[in-house]
Design a protein around this ligand. Structure first.
Ligand SMILES: *Cc1c(COP(=O)(O)O)cnc(C)c1O
Length: 487
């Protein structure tokens, strides 16, 4: 790790006796903790904490924060993750005392405003998805998938249909789909994509039978392509008695233009932390509401929020419910942000979001297609996939090019996913970026493609400008070192 003195971590700057805090005078009786605490809890040695001044401490945390890349610091085209700008008005509203300082165990009469916000958000999401009712409980997209599948299971079981053990998942689905199906107790069965990158209907017909509980469809799929034969697929599954699950995490591709409910889908989840601008760096918190058609309403997680005579209350008497999937109100703060976003954009604004997200992606795809292999030639939705297989022939891998982008201050795209495209990069620009930003990024990526031909070492050895170069990513994930260790 290259560090200048200013960037040095506080552990190396420690000087005995330096402190960065001042506590107020003690205003409670002093106790001798050694006597008061049981022996086994008493510390035998001084804690090994750094002793630094307040200014050193400030610089330590500021230096650490600068090592991160966020949407507020630069372009972040991480495909499938929708790293778009999080409007700061959302933060303002989430901090209103009536939202921020209420307690989840307060009486319902005292939190009517918060419940009204949740109810209105549910209604707005009903309108966006074309479903009949929405729950805000699930805490993320994958949690929404699992919740939806548990409702589908409850539905089949209520019909005495105990043999529906399979959930069909296309190979172009998001990776969480087969995982959620497995965790919900189903067998995940793969259906293949055709040469256009869409679900192969013949293969679908082959795998569908009386054991089919559901089809889980990511649409647009992870190649950024809209499934053209979606109504045919819906018919095949429904005719076999199965249910249709729509992974709507990437609703930003079709919002205001098309609705899963109108395509025949029975369940859909949304990612409020993607399409609806919840900040989601660092893994959360998220919110993955689930919408269902009328015949699945009895199975919604309880309690269900209802409106009666102008007042809002939670209804617990739901005998067929799958139960609670999250304590209290779900991730309430993210729901406030999403509601603020929907209200600031309005229906026309939301439609324009999708139009611009799709326009930006197609613009970049056409700028890059000469230098990189474009495996699927048709127009894309909100994201697209290119392949670095020509560059690989010259000894430079997609990983190298992703690392080289770091030198120019960009977060790299998603790489090596989806797995059915060799050496791929999955690029999602989002609608919040300007044409200048898209052009600059494309210029840099085209420059890197040229470097691969003229000067491959500079790409193979990248990054050259970051504090840390290349990590052993497997060991970092499996055996992470989470505590400071002296070099
Ligand atoms: C992000 C994403 C998910 C998973 O959402 P999480 O909130 O990360 O659990 C599922 N499906 C698709 C298509 C996604 O893009």
């Amino acid at each position: 790790m290259k560090t200048t003195k200013d960037q040095a971590l506080i552990f190396e700057l420690s000087e005995p006796g330096r402190i960065s805090y001042s506590l107020p005078e003690l205003d409670v009786p002093d106790v001798d903790l050694d006597e008061w605490l049981p022996e086994e809890f008493n510390r035998k040695n001084e804690p090994e904490l750094p002793e630094v001044s307040e200014l050193q401490l400030m610089r330590h945390y500021t230096a650490l924060s600068k090592r991160n890349h966020g949407v507020d610091s630069g372009f972040y085209p991480l495909g499938s993750c929708t790293m778009k700008y999080n409007p700061k008005i959302n933060e303002d509203v989430a901090r209103y005392p009536g939202f921020a300082f209420i307690h989840p165990l307060q009486e319902e009469e005292t939190v009517q405003g918060a419940l009204e916000m949740m109810y209105n958000l549910q209604q707005n999401l009903v309108a966006v998805t074309g479903m009949d009712e929405v729950t805000l409980q699930p805490a993320a997209g994958a949690h929404g998938e699992w919740t939806g599948l548990m409702m589908i299971r409850a539905y089949h079981e209520a019909n005495g249909d105990y043999n529906r053990t399979k959930v069909i998942v296309p190979d172009s689905a998001h990776g969480t789909n087969p995982a959620s199906a497995t965790v919900a107790g189903f067998e995940a069965v793969t259906v293949k994509s055709n040469e256009k990158g869409l679900v192969d209907l013949e293969d679908l017909k082959r795998v569908v039978d009386g054991d089919t509980a559901a089809l889980m469809l990511t649409n647009p799929n992870t190649l950024g392509l809209f499934e053209e034969q979606i109504t045919e697929m819906a018919e095949i599954i429904h005719n076999a008695g199965g249910k249709l699950y729509y992974d709507g995490a990437n609703m930003n591709a079709i919002m205001g233009a098309a609705r899963p409910g109108d395509m025949g889908f029975d369940v859909v989840h949304l990612n409020l932390h993607k399409t609806f601008t919840g900040p989601h760096g660092g893994g959360g918190p998220g919110s993955g509401p689930v919408g269902v058609k009328a015949d699945l309403i009895p199975y919604l997680p309880k309690p269900v929020l209802v409106k009666e005579d102008g007042a809002y209350r939670f209804e617990y008497d739901r005998p067929q419910s799958i139960g609670r999937v999250k304590p209290y109100y779900g991730n309430f703060g993210i729901n406030v942000r999403a509601y603020t976003y929907i209200r600031t954009m309005g229906p026309e604004g939301l439609k324009q979001v999708s139009e611009n997200a799709v326009l930006n992606a197609n613009y970049m795809m056409r700028r890059l297609e000469g230098a990189f292999v474009l495996p699927y030639k048709q127009h894309c939705k909100h994201e697209f996939v290119i392949s670095g297989k020509n560059q690989k022939k010259l000894g430079v891998r997609t990983l190298d090019m992703a690392k080289r982008l770091l030198d120019f201050g960009y977060h790299p795209p998603t790489i090596y996913f989806p797995i059915n495209v060799e050496e791929c990069m999955m690029i999602e620009p989002t609608e919040t970026e300007s044409k200048e930003t898209l052009d600059e990024f494309c210029d840099r990526l085209l420059q890197i493609a040229k470097e691969v031909e003229d000067n491959p070492e500079i790409v193979q050895e990248a990054p050259h400008t970051t504090v840390i170069g290349r990590l052993d990513e497997t060991t970092a994930a499996r055996k992470p070192i989470l505590r400071y260790q002296k070099a």
